[in-house]
Design a protein around this ligand. Structure first.
Ligand SMILES: C[S@@+](CC[C@H](N)C(=O)[O-])C[C@H]1O[C@@H](n2cnc3c(N)ncnc32)[C@H](O)[C@@H]1O
Length: 327
């Protein structure tokens, strides 16, 4: 994977993207890879579908357009704000929860297995463009970055309380910040006399150690903090592990990622059906059998046309897997 693929380009989440065929332009969010995602989900008109990341509802609207009156859509979003985009449609149930609890909340709806599951990861353009949510380096606001406002830990809390070693690791692993060790040390040194709870306060406190283009530098730092605050890799892993049991035979899972850390998890899980290490001992029977088969061997990426219309689509990668039919 090329290094530059690892970063979700923060400046590119513009909500003013022009029209993409099949999707009504939405100020809240423009759905990426809309036609590709819906085609590959191979919607059954009477099926039950889950949109793990409802957001502006762009993908959900497309799913609904292919569902008949007997179909159902369960839409998750941990940000209750997304609820305002819900269509007035009796086939839809909104679940304002983290998709890491997907199985639990489907059970509450008396649903044991579904025909398709979609997750379009990350933040919506709306969340990114709302200054007070604290996701964007462009504004001054509280260092928040919580997708779920009920959650306690904010980016400010991370900066003010994590050990130097923990900060170093997260900037290195989640943001590939070139001087992550120096950054962590600087944060720990200044935070006793300077508050790092605001974006401007934080930027000013570390101004002296910024390497290279400040915009790019802070984009990487903010990406790392966002991944940590929302435990983005942890929730993805937990959701993926529930997929084989949740899908009906022939049911499909479509996951759209925006950086290589997420994409690697999806790729590995779809290939192997587990995150467990392979059993090395040749005499031990490896009981792990993958119930998923790949629909996409390579990730699907945006067309030239979509790239022009919606710059956010440039780091999007769609992978689709299907639960194997029993024989
Ligand atoms: C990229 S947007 C999805 C946009 C949507 N596909 C559309 O067409 O408008 C991601 C949305 O998923 C939500 N989200 C991200 N991670 C989540 C999680 N772990 N559980 C529930 N919702 C999540 C965010 O709050 C955000 O609204």
């Amino acid at each position: 994977m090329k290094k530059k693929d690892k970063k979700e380009k923060q400046s590119s989440t513009g909500s003013a993207a022009a029209a993409v065929p099949g999707v009504t332009p939405d100020v809240y969010h423009v759905a990426v890879l809309p036609a590709e995602t819906i085609d590959l989900l191979a919607i059954k008109p009477d099926g039950v579908y889950v949109d793990c990341t409802f957001g502006g509802g762009g993908h959900s609207k497309l799913i609904l357009s292919q569902l008949g009156p007997g179909g159902r859509l369960i839409a998750f979003d941990q940000d209750e704000d997304a609820k305002r985009n819900l269509p007035d449609d009796p086939r839809v149930v909104f679940v304002p929860q983290n998709f890491r609890y997907i199985q639990r909340f489907l059970r509450l709806e008396n649903i044991l297995a579904v025909d398709g599951i979609l997750a379009d990861l990350g933040v919506s353009s709306h969340q990114f463009d709302e200054a007070e949510r604290g996701f964007s380096t462009r504004f001054n606001a509280a260092m928040d970055m919580r997708m779920d406002q009920r959650q306690q830990v904010t980016a400010g809390e991370v900066l003010m309380t994590y050990t130097e070693a923990r900060l170093h690791k997260l900037f290195e692993q989640y943001g590939e910040v070139t001087n992550s060790k120096t950054l962590a040390k600087t944060i720990v040194n200044v935070r006793n006399h300077v508050s790092l709870q605001t974006i401007d306060g934080f930027k000013e406190a570390v101004r002296g150690i910024v390497k290279g283009n400040p915009h790019k530098y802070f984009a990487q730092v903010f990406q790392a903090l966002r991944i940590e605050v929302n435990d983005e890799l942890g929730v993805l892993k937990e959701m993926l592990q529930q997929l084989p049991k949740l899908l009906k035979p022939g049911g499909r899972a479509a996951i759209i990622t925006f950086h290589s850390l997420e994409d690697r998890l999806v790729k590995d899980f779809f290939r192997r059906g587990t995150f467990d290490e392979p059993v090395e001992n040749a005499f031990t029977h490896d009981a792990t059998t993958n119930e998923l088969t790949l629909v996409t061997r390579k990730p699907v990426t945006a067309s030239e046309e979509e790239l022009r219309a919606n710059p956010r689509s440039r780091s999007a990668k769609l992978r689709v897997a299907e639960k194997i039919m029993m024989v």
